[in-house]
Design a binder for this molecule. Structure first.
Ligand code: ATP
Ligand code: MG
Ligand code: MG
Length: 399
């Protein structure tokens, strides 16, 4: 096992600054290591320390996480207003790269679970959507693609009321224009262009964001694909239509899923797709499956309706919804569907940008009267930002 063996009162030390972190609890295990709740005695406060496995691939990837967060925190969000986790420190302890973050609370998947998978009120969904969009706006400006946006990677902040959330886990993030990996994003939140093997941009995070918004409302994932083929089939059923022809023509994996009949692309039949599995960079297939199976197994179709519009409109009302609020609820649901349509849009070129989405009535709370037409966005010449990190931090030595 390449995880550091921890126990209560185990002390992690940054050898350079002499800062000590006293382990008090384990907050989570991930593929990349463990996250511990640690006490900083001087300030009597807690921080979350991600302790990376002592293997070179994980170490290198974690340095990417450090550099991306440094850039986002310092250059793009110095006043901590954009709902992105703060990085506090990083160092090497016994060949394990350790990253200290501000201490946060439950993740949104746990919140959904605590609510018995019944979904959250539209008020809360609206509030969280707005906050996640704040993070996505900054990430797009920085040219950073998160690549693993999902409820598990959005955490509640424990300090403030009304509830605040923060985006975490930049361990899979990459720079736009430097997209080297093709197997990215957790399956339920994977965009059509990644699935099909087409060049991708920050728009893939907007797809995941749409899936998350729907899941917050429904309490269940919108596209719980058991395989990549199953995922694609669900998208096509629920959304109607399919990815645009030029995407299908140019994507690397189209023939894995589609038959080309004359000039028409048709999704292959079920029979051709028993046991399609998907991979994930740095994870082995076993690790990947173990991770995905952390969620409860759900049957093939569990909504009573197929089309997105019907699923949302006919979803049971919350028990405590007052009679007089039903009209407003129905109208907000229409706004939600219109919002989702701009996000879970097959064509990455037509999918709304975070800024465009942030002006939608569902987010702003303005009355929803007609389908939203986003303001035209002038394409910006991408600036590649770079931040250098010390590859041998905290006085430690790696190999
Ligand atoms: P994955 O395998 O899902 O990619 P990971 O190994 O990259 O995960 P993170 O997602 O960064 O690791 O963290 C794993 C878990 O640890 C989170 O889902 C969360 O429950 C907990 N955690 C991470 N950061 C914090 C924090 N700042 N405060 C509190 N808990 C945290
Ligand atoms: Mg994670
Ligand atoms: Mg991760």
């Amino acid at each position: 096992n390449s995880d550091l063996i921890l126990h209560v009162n185990f002390v992690l030390v940054n050898m350079e600054s002499k800062q000590r972190y006293i382990v008090k609890d384990i907050l989570g295990h991930g593929t990349f290591g463990q996250v511990a709740k640690c006490l900083v005695s001087e300030t009597n406060s807690f921080v979350a320390v991600k302790i990376i496995k002592n293997e070179p691939a994980y170490y290198q990837q974690a340095l990417v996480e450090v550099s991306m967060l440094h850039m986002l925190n310092q250059k793009f969000d110095p006043d901590d207003k954009h709902h992105i986790v703060r990085i506090l420190d990083y160092f090497v302890h016994q060949r394990h790269l350790c990253i200290a973050f501000e201490m946060l609370g439950s993740n949104l998947y746990e919140l959904i679970k605590m609510n018995n998978y019944k979904g959250l009120s539209l008020n809360i969904v609206q509030m969280f959507s707005k906050q996640i969009l704040h993070a996505l706006i900054v990430m797009k400006d920085a040219g950073i693609i998160h690549c693993d946006l999902k409820p598990e990677n959005i955490l509640l902040s424990t300090r403030v009321k009304p509830p605040e959330i923060k985006v975490i886990d930049f361990g899979s993030a990459c720079m736009e224009g430097r997209t080297i990996y093709s197997y990215i994003q957790s399956r339920y939140y994977r965009s059509p262009e990644v699935l099909l093997g087409y060049p991708y941009t920050t728009a893939i995070d907007m797809w995941s964001f749409g899936c998350i918004v729907a899941e917050l409302f429904l309490g269940l994932p919108l596209f719980p694909g058991a395989s990549e083929y199953d995922l694609l089939k669900r998208m096509i059923e629920i959304l109607g239509g399919q990815p645009p022809d030029d995407l299908l023509r140019d994507a690397k994996n189209t023939s894995k899923f589609f038959k080309h009949v004359g000039s028409i692309y048709r999704l292959e039949d079920d029979e051709a797709h028993n046991g399609v599995t998907s991979a994930y960079r740095v994870l082995t297939e076993e690790e990947y499956e173990a991770r995905e199976s952390k969620r409860p197994k759900i049957g093939k179709r569990y909504f009573n309706f197929v089309k997105l519009e019907d699923i949302i409109a006919n979803y049971p009302y919350r028990k405590n919804l007052p009679e007089e609020e039903i009209d407003k609820e129905n109208l907000t649901r229409l706004a939600l569907v219109d919002f989702l349509r701009g996000l879970v849009e097959f064509d990455p070129g037509k999918r709304w940008s975070p800024l465009q989405a942030s002006h939608h009535p569902f987010v702003t709370g303005e009355p929803f009267t007609c389908p939203y037409k986003p303001p035209v966005e002038t394409p910006r010449i991408p600036v590649i930002h770079t931040v250098t990190v010390d590859h041998n931090p905290g006085g430690g030595h790696w190999l």
